[in-house]
Ligand binder design. Structure first.
Ligand code: ADP
Ligand code: MG
Length: 670
């Protein structure tokens, strides 16, 4: 069976099933094999019932003495069986599975797994897992008597089905699987086909662990290899001409700013100056939390580019941010005779501009002319890396600068963004005040509302963020926002003007609402967590977040960064439906810690997941099995990738690896 065979051609998978599989993004045989269990039930203790303890999870082998369905008064079905393993009779009960009497008959020999209990003095197992004993006594069982893999389920597709199918497919495909990892890197790890087989059907925990290690290594290694290869390719490109760094004029511009640059901002500028002097194109990411002054740094660099008689394209993730940058940059650069243009879906005015600010549309062949010296991408994580595909065919390219407010611990960034050089603005301007943050106990909710009302009446504005119900912006969370919006408007703030913002609104509607909020036509903006990163509403001083426990700490920190943009004292009020000390204590970190990077590291420790870096949202790299908190593995894979590329930059000796990278073609230029 070939790995790329569509699942619908696999025996036993009809149209209905293949529809369900597609919903899980399982299209091919390979997808199914790479659909990993997220845990195992340990049913490996096979013993006689009389040797087991009450409360122990065991597997018993025996015979069905009787089986029947019983209908309760509330019209539920219980299936009851008496089972005997040769040491004792055991009562088995299943709920609402009346079809079991068709599948299991008196006299059948079964293997069953479950927790042994005692009910009315009789040994019992509730809802045991079961399977018929194989005819051949040495054939392995699948659902009982072993470590049993449990898969993420979707409606109508059970773990049992996935397990069965995978166990049928694996023996037919494993010999198709070539291991792209050279022996020198694989070391003592399992081969790929062993790892794929053991991740699904390990014989013991040790095997499961080894399989995870190998597959996790692969995931991180290919990311590291891909990004480092992009970096190598990029470094072979040339820029149109090395730039002149006219420090005298640049200083003039910097002195014209209404504030002094922070040391961190200066350091970043130095990094960039060094890059730009080179004949190799820059590809640098500036990381700094909201309000750390990335846009101002960008303005200095834009000025430098224009001093070299070249143009800049500045790409923002949304129209409203494009317009915000347009007015900021214009304010800063107009006095220096720089013409600032705009290019978005609704407004195009870019003729003769030295810098054009816009949305995605900006990166078209038309605007990316020979005299573009710099491309700036604001909030990199929203785009992924497809922008570079535009430059594939060119030998001379512009410099690239990306900015992000997402705090990514350095080790992780080196893998995830291994193609970029990294500069960090780890210092906020001095005048910046801390956002006073409180985890508000349930009984003080009304007090919080009174406080908000008082603040609004004195002229401030407020964000209320409603729960994020699922990972992705879903209908449910939109509904939650709507319901909360109506409740607040009717019952809590009947005299104030409320607005509602959520991800299902059209771009234009969103922009309109943000615009109204900016202009003060809305007092309280009720929103899902889609409030645009970086939108600057200086008058907004309170952010209330519902169900805060659903967010990562660094996400909450980014959310609260949307208030406190002006000089007024600002507040963040966190509400949680849960009152467990662990939940509350996690949130209380935000009362004390004001450093996005520290909070991101805490997230790693507490939640240990890659999602928190927004990598998942961007789809840049999605980890199925490895974890970004595994810094040791990250470091190991990164070193292995760079060592390999150092010895063989074109991967000539490793055609399997080269092919593997081609598979990830969307992230590979050339
Ligand atoms: P970011 O893009 O990182 O969110 P901005 O560049 O938009 O940050 O800066 C946020 C605000 O802080 C702006 O109003 C900007 O004028 C101001 N600002 C930037 N750098 C400084 C500084 N060194 N000192 C004081 N204020 C600054
Ligand atoms: Mg910004």
């Amino acid at each position: 069976m070939e790995l790329n065979t569509p699942l619908k051609y696999v025996l036993g998978i009809g149209p209905g099933l293949s529809f369900k599989l597609n919903k899980l993004s399982l299209l091919t045989v390979s997808d199914l094999i790479y659909h990993f269990p997220f845990r195992y039930d340990d049913f490996s203790a096979i013993k006689p019932a009389t040797d087991a303890q009450i409360g122990e999870v065991v597997t018993l082998k025996g015979e069905v003495w009787s089986i029947k369905n019983i209908y309760t008064r509330s019209r539920k079905v219980l299936t009851q069986a008496i089972f005997n393993d040769g040491t004792s009779p055991i009562n088995l009960t299943w709920f609402n599975q009346s079809w079991l009497t068709k599948q299991i008959k008196t006299g059948d020999r079964l293997q069953i797994s479950g927790k042994l209990t005692e009910y009315k003095k009789k040994l019992s197992i509730m809802a045991p897992k079961w399977e018929k004993m194989p005819d051949n006594p040495i054939s392995p069982t699948l659902h009982t008597g072993r470590l049993v893999p449990i898969y993420p389920e979707t409606e109508g597709l059970t773990s049992k089905w996935v397990r069965t199918k995978i166990s049928q497919i694996l023996p037919l495909t494993l010999k198709e699987i070539e291991d792209p990892l050279p022996e020198s890197i694989r070391g003592g790890m399992l081969s790929l086909s062993d790892a794929l087989s053991k991740i699904h059907l390990p014989e013991n925990w040790e095997e499961a662990k080894k399989a995870r290690e190998r597959l996790g290594f692969d995931e991180l290694f290919y990311i590291a290899l891909a990004t480092q290869k992009i970096r190598l390719n990029w470094r072979q490109k040339k820029v149109i001409e090395p730039l002149r760094i006219d420090l005298k004029n640049l200083d003039k511009f910097i002195k014209s700013l209404p504030f002094e640059l922070t040391n961190a901002q200066r350091q970043v500028l130095d990094d960039v100056y060094k890059d730009l002097k080179n004949d190799k194109p820059m590809n640098r990411m500036i990381q700094g939390e909201v309000g750390s002054g990335k846009t101002v740094v960008a303005a200095v660099i834009i000025y430098l580019i224009s001093l070299n008689k070249l143009k800049t394209l500045f790409m923002a993730p949304t129209e409203i941010l494009a317009f915000q940058h347009y007015s900021t940059i214009q304010r800063l650069l107009k006095p220096f005779n720089i013409k600032v243009g705009i290019y978005t879906g609704s407004k195009k005015d870019s003729k003769g501009a030295d810098i054009i600010i816009g949305t995605h549309a900006l990166l078209s062949e038309k605007l990316l002319t020979e005299n573009v010296g710099l491309v700036i991408i604001d909030e990199q994580q929203r785009f992924g890396v497809d922008q570079r595909s535009l430059l594939r065919s060119r030998s001379k390219v512009p410099h690239f600068l990306t900015t992000t407010a997402t705090p990514i611990p350095r080790t992780v960034a080196l893998t995830l963004y291994g193609d970029l050089d990294l500069s960090v603005i780890d210092e906020l301007p001095k005048d910046r005040q801390k956002i006073k943050t409180f985890v508000v106990p349930k009984k003080k909710r009304q007090d919080a509302y009174n406080f908000i009302e008082k603040k609004v009446k004195s002229g401030d504005q407020v964000y209320i963020i409603t729960p994020l119900i699922e990972e992705s912006e879903s209908l449910k969370s939109v509904r939650a926002a709507k319901v909360e919006f109506e409740r607040l408007q009717k019952e809590v703030f009947p005299t104030l003007k409320l607005g509602l913002l959520h991800g299902r609104l059209k771009g234009k509607e969103k922009d309109q609402i943000m615009q109204d909020f900016k202009e003060g036509k809305i007092d309280i903006l009720v929103s899902t967590s889609v409030v645009e990163v970086g939108v600057d509403v200086r008058n907004a001083t309170i952010m209330l977040i519902e169900s805060a426990e659903r967010f990562g700490l660094s996400q909450l920190h980014q959310l609260r960064g949307r208030v406190g943009r002006g000089s007024k004292e600002s507040f963040c009020l966190l509400f949680s439906e849960m009152e467990e000390p662990a939940v509350i204590n996690r949130l209380k970190n935000l009362e004390k810690i004001n450093d996005g990077m520290k909070l991101a590291e805490l997230d790693l420790k507490i939640r240990g997941s890659g999602e928190i870096f927004g990598a998942k949202q961007s789809g840049r790299f999605e980890l199925k099995i490895a974890d970004f908190s595994d810094l040791g593995l990250i470091e190991r894979t990164r070193k292995a990738a760079s060592e390999l590329l150092r010895l063989d930059p074109e991967l000539d000796k490793y055609p399997h690896l080269a092919a593997k990278l081609q598979d990830q073609a969307n992230i590979m230029p050339d």
